[in-house]
Write a protein that binds this ligand. Structure first.
Ligand code: NAD
Length: 335
């Protein structure tokens, strides 16, 4: 039996291209892994009547760990988000997205090093919405003391573990006084237990402006679901875009690692998607599995390829394919 049994959900759009690239890189780093490949998404819905069949959830739950490509969610009608369903079903309550300036990647800012910690199970993503009557729609934002407290605690523990000096709780409690008010109340209560970590609160619109002016003033951004979704993409833009920013969905009993980006239908199947984001998500996964040496070697190999600059994907100004870039990382790893 392999040392690590890991669920691999390739996803749709560019998902299969980039997730298989990441799996190859993990193997090239010498990690003893057996991938359990699981299908989810639009095509699966045709076969099973649902884009996220129970056997997929059960297998990820049994293995406790997964690497996942992006999944498409139809806009307007169609099925509800498979990503949100999976996070809820496995109670993967913390989305953790490190955003760092990378050597060899051109970006507008130097020295960005922040982590977005996003509550992943409730808020406006609770999926409770209906048409009150034609012309009037209602979406309900659910905030609970339990979820707000545990995501706050997760953020403070992360800051403590990583030696991060400050937490910024991002909110809109000036307008959503009760729901975002509860979020802040919980964050403040947890903050009092961590006197060594600075705590500040910032309204989400002001946060966006402050981020664009100077993202280096932030270390950990703690927020509810919707703001976290939006600010994750905003922050990706500081360090080279969605092609390079990794992510993790962590719960108490399972963890699923995936890039911040979606299925990129505009470039799907063309063979030039950037797999860096999911490769770095796989590094987060390896750190979680205590395979820190392999994670470091992969990060170094990615950086070496990017610094050399001859082989890079189109989103980073190059012309190489996903395969050529992945091959270059594997060559670095095995040199
Ligand atoms: P997207 O992230 O798929 O793409 C946004 C832009 O970034 C596109 O121009 C795309 O080409 C580019 N891009 C994204 N990843 C890239 C990569 N690895 N390499 C090079 N370029 C990359 O966002 P979207 O177009 O708004 O969403 C498409 C679909 O993905 C939607 O159905 C959405 O619901 C879904 N989605 C899924 C996830 C997930 O599975 N976790 C996350 C976000 C969006």
């Amino acid at each position: 039996m392999s040392k690590h049994e890991i669920a691999l959900i390739p996803g749709d759009g560019i998902g299969p291209e980039v997730s298989h690239a990441a799996a190859r890189v993990v193997e090239a780093a010498g990690v003893d892994v057996h991938w359990h490949e699981l299908e989810a998404g639009a095509e699966v819905a045709v076969k099973y009547g649902t884009p996220l069949p129970d056997h997929v959830i059960n297998e990820v739950r049994r293995l406790g760990i997964g690497l996942k490509g992006p999944l498409t969610t139809p806009i307007g009608g169609g099925f509800t988000s498979v990503n949100v369903q999976l996070r809820k079903a496995l109670d993967l309550y913390a989305a953790v997205r490190p955003v760092r300036t990378m050597r060899g990647v051109q970006s507008r800012y130097d020295d960005v090093d922040l982590v977005v910690v996003r509550e992943n199970t409730e808020g406006l993503y609770s999926g409770i919405e209906h048409l009150v009557q034609p012309g009037i729609a209602e979406s309900i934002k659910i905030m609970t003391e339990g979820a707000c407290t545990r995501i706050s605690r997760y953020a403070f523990e992360l800051a403590k573990r990583e030696g991060r000096p400050k937490i910024t709780a991002v909110h809109k409690a000036n307008i959503m006084k009760i729901s975002d008010g509860l979020f802040l109340e919980c964050a403040r209560k947890v903050a009092r237990e961590y006197s060594e970590i600075e705590y500040e609160e910032l309204i989400v619109d002001n946060t966006c402006m402050q981020l664009v002016l100077d993202p280096t003033r932030f270390s950990v951004l703690l927020m509810e679901n919707l703001y976290g979704d939006i600010l994750s993409d905003l922050c990706a833009g500081f360090v080279g875009g969605l092609g390079v920013v990794p992510g993790a969905n962590i719960g108490d009993n399972a963890a699923v690692f995936e890039a911040v980006h979606g299925s990129a239908p505009d470039i799907a199947g063309k063979g030039f998607a950037n797999p860096t984001a999911i490769i770095l998500s796989a590094c987060q996964m390896l750190d979680y599995l205590k395979e820190n040496d392999a994670a470091k070697r992969i990060r170094d190999a990615v950086e070496n390829v990017l610094v050399k600059g001859e082989i890079r994907t189109r989103d980073l100004g190059g012309s190489s394919s996903t395969n050529e870039y992945t091959r270059a990382i594997i060559d670095e790893l095995t040199a």
